[in-house]
Design a protein around this ligand. Structure first.
Ligand code: NAD
Ligand code: UDX
Length: 485
């Protein structure tokens, strides 16, 4: 029986390995992590991440051929293929801080593999890493291993998106495997290809050299994020001219060369990947002396920051240029629907912007806990993925007087001056907005950062409505554009 070990039981390691175990009953899969609470949760009835369809897959093979363990060393020693799916966050300190990927976790995983391996291993980069990382990993492994133990490094980046992970893993657009162009490298590629071929059609399994595979992952995320920043840039122009961004996106996306996906204007993209991977790409370009290329990609992140700031300014300028002391209901905190993940969610920047103007926030998200929201609002930029840096930096944002977390949107709306929609949860489409309106201060505002509400219906009720990139409410047309600072 082939044995697989995956280091890192997170959003990628957990679902990906569960899918391999589910589709390959003849393979034993063990997912290991240094976080004992995370492993305990994977072994419990309440998994550590919310992902539609994940419970069923995990429950069907857990303790049969899928195991979760914190005994990292033993399972590494025992396996033929080792996936490394640890976090690769943005560096917060030192050389390249604020851009470069922090490979501390990756390096310590590689050193652990070298330390405990007594037989040959295929080591698979599952984490998203800078191009050329495999070369560094090879050096760490080869300089620290026992005599006679050989390693083959493969790059097998993961393309799943949160909220749709199980579907993405069941039916991937492609699986990408990069390896050394040597006979041993190609043999390792064939072994990993054999695992995926159990359920993925062969023509969707792409094999390339190592550097192409590593770079393709950064390129895919940069180009996806670029589409969102492109449509978000258009949304600002739509608001200034009376065009409707939904109509523009539809018309543009009908061009088969462009396609309809990833053209939803929003308050900005979030999630643990896009910003981190683009900044990493920017840093790699700078290190290669490609200043213009670095500036080109940096602009995708800058438009994203601009979009969040523009949203906050729209809220403040519409509400008589101040939200001080006003209650604002924030609907949604996760970075997208169908996940409880809040990493880099635009809700953080928007909430901090409103708190900066002394608003009182009441926040509701069906999948995000109060603890998580308070931690997110109190943390420094980029610190969320560095457990050793998790020191709250903003007591104001954590104050119970300024921020309350609620589980009843109707109760929370009572006495509110405005509502900001930050996540496109389906339930926000069918709220009883008349009931909400009745309990609010007047004029009552809705600022829809996800284009989920029916603008005309809400205006009929009496709300002043702002929806990204849509023709402006008469209320806002005459307001001077708020300065961006
Ligand atoms: P995560 O933070 O959810 O999980 C990483 C896990 O690795 C954590 O549980 C951590 O405790 C563990 N870990 C760190 N160092 C370890 C070590 N030395 N030994 C054992 N365990 C260790 O991260 P994630 O979202 O799963 O992302 C993992 C990688 O996959 C990142 O490089 C990310 O860019 C990439 N990726 C993420 C997504 C996504 O949607 N989240 C999609 C594609 C790729
Ligand atoms: C992304 C990539 O899609 C995935 O392939 C990669 O493996 C990991 O990073 P993820 O971050 O999980 O996945 O979610 P995604 O669906 O890409 O959404 C990212 C952000 O963009 C979310 O905040 C989402 O709301 C926003 N978005 C997405 C838009 O604002 N408009 C869109 O049209 C699409």
């Amino acid at each position: 029986m082939v044995k697989i070990c995956c280091i890192g039981a997170g959003y990628v390691g957990g679902p990906t390995m569960a899918m391999i175990a589910y589709k390959c009953p003849d393979i034993q899969v063990v997912v290991v992590d240094i976080s004992v609470p995370r492993i305990t949760a994977w072994n419990s009835d309440r998994l550590p991440i919310f992902e539609p369809g994940l419970d069923e897959v995990v429950k069907s093979c857990r303790n049969t051929n899928l195991f979760f363990s914190s005994d990292v060393e033993a399972h590494i020693a025992d396996s033929d293929i080792i996936f490394v799916s640890v976090n690769t966050p943005t560096k917060t300190r030192g050389l390249g801080a604020g851009k470069a990927a922090d490979l501390t976790y990756w390096e310590s995983a590689a050193r652990m593999i070298a330390d405990v391996a007594k037989s040959d291993k295929i080591v698979v980069e599952k984490s998203t890493v800078p191009v050329k990382t495999a070369e560094a990993i090879e050096k760490i492994l080869n300089h620290n291993s026992r005599d006679g133990v050989n390693f083959q490094i493969l790059s097998n980046p993961e393309f799943l998106a949160e909220g749709t992970a199980i579907n993405d893993l069941t039916n991937p657009d492609r699986v990408l495997i990069g390896g050394r162009q040597t006979p041993e490298g190609q043999k390792a590629v064939a072994v990993l290809k054999g695992v995926y071929a159990k359920w993925v059609p062969e023509d969707r399994i792409i094999t390339t050299n190592l550097w192409s595979a590593e770079l393709s992952k950064l390129a895919a995320n940069a180009i996806l994020a670029q589409r969102i920043s492109s449509i978000n840039a258009m949304s600002a122009l739509c608001e200034a001219t009376g065009a409707n961004v939904a109509e523009v996106a539809y018309a543009v996306g009908k061009d088969t060369r462009i396609g309809p996906k990833f053209l939803n204007a929003s308050v900005g993209f979030g999630g643990s990947c896009f910003q981190k991977d683009i900044l990493n790409l920017v840093y790699i370009c700078e290190c290669n002396g490609l200043t213009e290329v670095a500036n080109y990609w940096r602009q995708v992140v800058q438009i994203n920051d601009y979009q969040k700031l523009r949203f906050v300014n729209r809220v403040v300028s519409s509400m008589f240029n101040t939200v001080s002391g006003k209650k604002i209901l924030v609907l949604g905190f996760a970075f997208k629907k169908d996940t409880g993940d809040t990493r880099e969610t635009p809700a953080i920047d928007v909430c901090l912007g409103l708190l900066g103007d002394k608003a009182k926030l009441s926040i509701y998200d069906p999948q995000v806990s109060e603890d998580q929201i308070r931690r997110d609002l109190a943390m420094n930029k980029f610190d969320w993925d560095h457990p050793q840096h998790l020191v709250p930096s903003s007591p104001t944002a954590n104050s119970k007087e300024m921020v309350t977390v609620t589980f009843d949107a109707y109760e929370a709306a009572k006495g509110a001056h405005g509502i900001c929609i930050m996540t496109e949860w389906d339930e926000f489409k069918s709220l009883d907005y008349q009931r909400i309106y009745d309990g609010m201060e007047k004029p009552a505002f809705v600022f829809d950062g996800r284009n989920v509400v029916n603008v005309e219906e809400l205006r009929k009720i009496g709300f002043v409505v702002y929806s990204i990139g849509k023709p402006l409410d008469a209320w806002m047309k005459d307001l001077p554009a708020a300065p961006l600072s």
